[in-house]
Design a protein around this ligand. Structure first.
Ligand code: MN
Length: 724
């Protein structure tokens, strides 16, 4: 306890040095409360748990953040890991800090399935990012939390180390980069490297260690030469030389496929000068000393990176023919390069959170949108956070930065939503190109539009930016609503005709509006949409008028029915809504990965067929009963019947079960029979995860010596039919 108290006093002293006005009382209360709540808890490392929130607080203090952030750091694990309730926390520390802690509290799932864990992870990240848009301190505390967890990751079992290191590389290091927090990003990357590729990390450290002596004498020599030439020209500068951080050397080795002995530019120098003109003057002097490497001169002062990073970069060929990198910037720029968004934290008078909101507006594009599927959300998040950027230009010279792989569609949506919706083509550097052409650094892009053009579903495959994807999805969903309204109206009309009543009269007498409000809708249009989507049955809607003939309703699921998966665990989502009962059609047994179509049945919900199931063509002549469906949360086993033909020989059963096991496919049942010609058949039912998995199992079975045929009743994948 005394030791942790000392650590805390240490932090307090540090905070008051950079922020004399800080609320020491708040920090003390947070410390005492956290110490009380975590009392008796121990980390895997054997240390008292309290060490963790304390170290998180220290990292936040090193970012020079305010007392609210640091207090949140001290309290961040209370709701997740102690008996403290939200109400108690709020009573002690108020609504705001409690809100910050809540955003950092993970929801956990007792379920062990990968899908459940993935869904929980997606939800946690989404909530944390959403809260950060309102108050960026949430994500700063999260980064500090992650940094300390990474520093102590060695105590966890290997599978968890690997998982957390991967998540750090995919989500948190890129977020630190986007926030301009170079120092934390570098440390997160180096730590992750140690756990993701322990062997390579060890070798690299060892090799760098061997070259340390040479490196430090080279650093001293070059540093001396730089200092001298700057002094001669009366430019005051702080010159620092260092070995680049491990992860950036490692990336270079990977990218160029070479060994460390052939990486020469692992040295980097940084010149901190006092004014912008001195930055350029220093660059000129460096280039007079050593020859610059063509194509490596970058002016991020004139063109700052999207994360506000500013600096001049160059690579030059050093005294012994080895290239090295030089960064030149002012002290202010250096602060921003190292600490990013945190650099401004305390200096602004009368700061408002809305200022930060502007600086993190890119967060919004990551979180917003209709990606309800957790995997889609995480994938698009990772893709959009991917730090490799492509810089492109408008014909007027404006710079747009994108993740690698971005296409003219991303560019078009970046210009304006309407430009995106109507984009038909693009000219890159004056040449007409197809929409799926990946953008390259330095491309000048001009978008061609046509008022007749509208977004199509393929665009979701072509666009990579969150913004473009969300806009496209939004447009498509709106389109679906319109289609549903139309289908609903048609259904109502037809049903009315069948019942011998006039829809027109109903509308004129105001009965339609009455019906809408009876079912909780504001407008007739929404009622029609609900019918069109199948959320509301025609029978229910028209019941008050259907005096005479009672017939089975066309659209059957009762309102309010919760979406349920089929009995075998498959879950299929009806696009745009989650409240229809679905089941896999027995005729074609579609699997995740297959193109599918849904067909609204009489009384049984939505039957889901493989798109090329022969029955579908016959069924879909009533186009309004087709609904779009997609796979959702498809973790789970799908039973597939197989017929395996073989030449009878010993060990066949073992070979079959080995082949299935080798692909991790559980055999539910197996029935073997042979005839007098020593030809045999095995009727199997295996559990597979989806189409791809099934294909693997089929290949494995076909490769068994003696197997002559493998058949399945499950239709092969193909193009999706579009009837609507
Ligand atoms: Mn924590």
């Amino acid at each position: 306890m005394t030791e942790t108290l000392l650590r805390f006093e240490d932090i307090l002293e540090f905070v008051s040095a950079y922020n004399p006005d800080s609320d020491e009382d708040l920090l003390r209360r947070a410390y005492v409360y956290s110490a009380m709540a975590h009392r008796g808890q121990v980390r895997v490392s054997g240390e008292p748990y309290l060490v963790h929130p304390l170290e998180v607080a220290r990292i936040l203090a090193e970012m020079h953040l305010d007392e609210v952030a640091i207090a949140t750091g001290l309290l961040h694990d209370l709701l997740e890991d102690t008996w403290v309730t939200e109400e108690e926390l709020e009573e002690q520390f108020g609504e705001h800090i409690t809100g910050l802690v809540k955003a950092l509290t993970k929801i956990t799932t007792m379920e062990q399935s990968y899908a459940a864990r993935e869904a929980a992870q997606a939800e946690n990240v989404r909530r944390m990012l959403l809260a950060s848009i309102v108050d960026v301190r949430v994500i700063l505390v999260k980064l500090a939390d992650r940094l300390h967890n990474m520093r102590t990751l060695g105590y966890l079992p290997e599978n968890r180390r690997k998982r957390i290191a991967a998540e750090t590389m995919e989500i948190y290091a890129p977020i630190a980069h986007r926030l301009g927090m170079g120092r934390i990003k570098a440390e997160l990357e180096d730590l992750a490297l140690a756990y993701q590729h322990p062997e390579e990390h060890r070798r690299l450290t060892e090799q760098l260690g061997q070259r340390e002596e040479v490196a430090s004498s080279m650093i001293a020599e070059i540093r001396g030469a730089i200092t001298q030439v700057l002094e001669e020209n009366s430019i005051k500068a702080d010159v620092r030389g260092r070995i680049k951080h491990l992860h950036s050397i490692w990336t270079k080795l990977r990218r160029q496929g070479i060994g460390l002995d052939r990486v020469y530019d692992f040295l980097a120098f940084r010149l901190i000068v006092d004014t912008v003109p001195h930055c350029y003057a220093a660059l000129g002097l460096i280039h007079q000393l050593w020859r610059p490497v063509p194509g490596r001169i970058k002016d991020y002062i004139a063109m700052p990176k999207p994360n506000a990073y500013q600096s001049l970069h160059t690579s030059v060929i050093g005294p012994e023919g080895q290239p090295f990198e030089v960064q030149i910037r002012t002290l202010d720029m250096d602060e921003i390069a190292e600490r990013g968004i945190a650099a401004h934290w305390l200096y602004k008078e009368g700061r408002e959170l809305s200022h930060d909101a502007e600086r993190v507006s890119w967060l919004r594009s990551l979180v917003e949108g209709q990606q309800e599927n957790p995997r889609d959300f995480l994938n698009s998040l990772k893709l959009n956070l991917y730090p490799e950027e492509v810089y492109t230009f408008t014909p007027k010279g404006e710079v747009f930065a994108f993740a690698r792989g971005a296409t003219p569609i991303d560019f078009a949506y970046h210009v304006h939503t309407e430009v995106g919706h109507h984009c038909v083509g693009a000219r890159i550097n004056g040449k007409l190109v197809p929409l799926r052409t990946p953008l390259q650094n330095g491309d000048i892009v001009e978008i061609l539009t046509s008022s007749n053009q509208v977004p199509s579903r393929d665009w979701l495959e072509i666009a990579v930016s969150g913004r473009a994807q969300n806009k496209i999805r939004g447009w498509l969903n709106r389109g679906e609503k319109e289609q549903a309204v139309e289908a609903g109206r048609r259904l109502l009309e037809r049903e009315c005709r069948r019942l011998g009543i006039s829809l027109k009269h109903l509308r004129e007498e105001g009965k339609l509006a009455q019906m809408a409000s009876d079912h909780g809708f504001g407008r007739e249009e929404d009622l029609a949409a609900a019918v069109g989507f199948g959320r509301l049955s025609l029978k229910d809607v028209l019941a008050p008028f259907a005096r005479t003939r009672a017939t089975a309703p066309v659209v059957a699921p009762a309102p309010g029915k919760v979406r349920v998966g089929a009995a075998d665990g498959s879950v299929i989502m009806v696009r745009g809504q989650r409240d229809l009962l679905t089941y896999r059609a027995q005729c074609c047994n579609p699997l995740p990965g297959d193109q599918i179509v849904g067909y609204v049945t009489r009384g049984r919900g939505v039957a889901v067929h493989a798109a090329q199931c022969p029955n579908v063509r016959k069924l879909l002549f009533t186009a309004e009963r087709e609904v779009e469906v997609e796979w959702a949360g498809v973790e789970g086993a799908f039973a597939v019947p197989l017929n395996v033909g073989f030449e009878d020989r010993p060990g066949m059963l073992a070979s079959i079960s080995q082949a299935a096991n080798g692909e991790n496919a559980n055999i539910r049942s197996c029935h073997l029979s042979t005839n007098e010609d020593r030809l045999g058949t095995a009727e199997l039912v295996v559990d597979v995860q989806g189409r791809e998995h099934l294909e693997k199992v089929l290949v494995a079975l076909r490769h068994i010596p003696g197997v002559t045929s493998v058949e399945t009743s499950v239709t092969a994948p193909g193009r999706r039919l579009r009837v609507l």
